[in-house]
Design a protein around this ligand. Structure first.
Ligand code: NI
Length: 203
């Protein structure tokens, strides 16, 4: 085969070994409350399954793992897209009673409350470090959206799972949990409220 045809094939199929190497994941800085970028309404994702999107999700997973978070929304790293990740296959040893939430990447979410029941519980947030607040949430919800490749997600959940989803999706509306609080007597520093918790398990 003449060299120029070989070259053409290589070019057409992009057989360049350097492109096959997965780039190192990046741990991003998490924006903190007061940063106006946390108050924006995020834009819907329009192109699914792209390398860029996969890279973003990998980086967010790595960022969440490093800070031991239960969830993370793209706006928290300054990316104004409707993309949240949450859940883990491992239960947290400090919260053995807490049910595990399946690891999920959720794009363009829509939340519908199921019934009118609310539930209050403590929340923390990686963007509000060192604090906890008592936050009312819908007890049962349906959430719909897409995974990173555009496959639909449609679940009905309750309790902690429903709380995590509502917390993360609030970030896409520019809402932080203190904006959902009603009882500010239950708002304080984690180390004072829960001295038995050594490292903050935020978010
Ligand atoms: Ni948060």
């Amino acid at each position: 085969m003449p060299w120029h045809e070989t070259y053409g094939i290589l070019d057409r199929f992009s057989i360049d070994p350097s492109e096959r190497i997965e780039p190192a994941m990046t741990v991003h800085t998490i924006l903190k409350m007061g940063d106006p970028r946390l108050l924006r309404v995020a834009a819907p994702v329009e192109a699914f399954g792209t390398d860029e999107l996969h890279r973003l999700v990998s980086d967010m997973r790595e960022t969440m793992r490093v800070v031991n978070g239960a969830g993370l929304a793209a706006p928290q790293i300054g990316v104004n897209l409707q993309l949240v990740i949450f859940g883990s296959n491992e239960s947290n040893p400090r919260y053995p009673d807490r049910p595990t939430v399946p690891p999920t990447v959720l794009l363009n979410p829509v939340i519908t409350p199921l019934g009118n029941d609310e539930e209050d519980d403590w929340e923390g947030c990686l963007s509000v470090p060192g604090l906890r607040g008592w936050v009312p949430r819908w007890k049962r919800i349906r959430y719909q959206g897409f995974d990173v490749d555009g496959q639909p997600i449609d679940r009905q959940v309750e309790g902690f799972h429903a709380r995590v989803v509502q917390h993360e999706c609030d970030h896409l509306l520019g809402k932080l949990y203190p904006m959902r609080m009603r009882d500010f007597t239950k708002f304080g520093y984690t180390e004072i409220l829960f001295p038995e918790i050594e490292a903050a398990m935020d978010e």
